[in-house]
Design a binder for this molecule. Structure first.
Ligand code: ZN
Length: 178
């Protein structure tokens, strides 16, 4: 009598992978400080096809990565950036949206119908407009005055290339937080 194939749950797969990761983890100093070494935060979409670190040539410990549906500057993103800047030294923000995004070409009404909830989804009609809106919204927050450069980019999920859409810079504010 043969036993049935063992069911491996998603959690089991994750735990197994983690054991291997922890065993092989290099002691390279990347965990020494919570402050992102490049003083950078990246806001991007939760899309499963975006390997943020590889796309932007980042290493562990160099940047904060904030992900949500669409890579939009939501209230939650603003709250995180307030901590990034005032507590952890971030001065540059990149907002990276992408082609073939699930939030492109749908309306807030459609998303409300599908989910049965009015959650403020911030669908994307046009990346250029959405990025300009998000960059301006970010820079308009008085509590984010320590941020001195913000760029909006579109990542092409097919070619892997990034197109810069908008960049705004402003003089550095007095740097109390270091
Ligand atoms: Zn997306």
């Amino acid at each position: 009598m043969t036993s049935p194939p063992q069911q491996v749950s998603e959690l089991d797969r994750l735990l197994e992978a983690n054991a291997a990761y922890a065993a092989a983890r290099p002691d390279d100093g990347a965990t020494a400080s919570p402050r992102p070494r490049r003083r950078l935060a990246v806001v991007t979409c939760m899309d499963a096809r975006i390997d943020v670190f590889a796309v932007l040539g980042l290493k562990l410990g160099e940047a904060h990565v904030l992900r949500n549906a669409g890579g939009r500057v939501t209230e939650d993103v603003l709250r995180s950036l307030a901590l990034s800047t005032h507590v952890l030294g971030v001065r540059t923000v990149v907002v990276m949206q992408h082609t073939k995004c699930g939030l492109t070409g749908v309306t807030d009404q459609e998303l409300r119908n599908r989910t049965g909830a009015d959650l403020g989804f911030l669908p994307i009609d046009d990346h250029e407009a959405a990025l300009r809106e998000d960059v301006d919204h970010l820079l308009a927050q008085p509590y984010l005055s320590l941020i001195n450069a913000v760029s909006g980019l579109v990542f092409d999920v097919e070619s892997g290339r990034i197109s810069p859409i908008v960049t705004r810079e402003r003089p550095a504010a007095p740097d109390q937080a270091g």
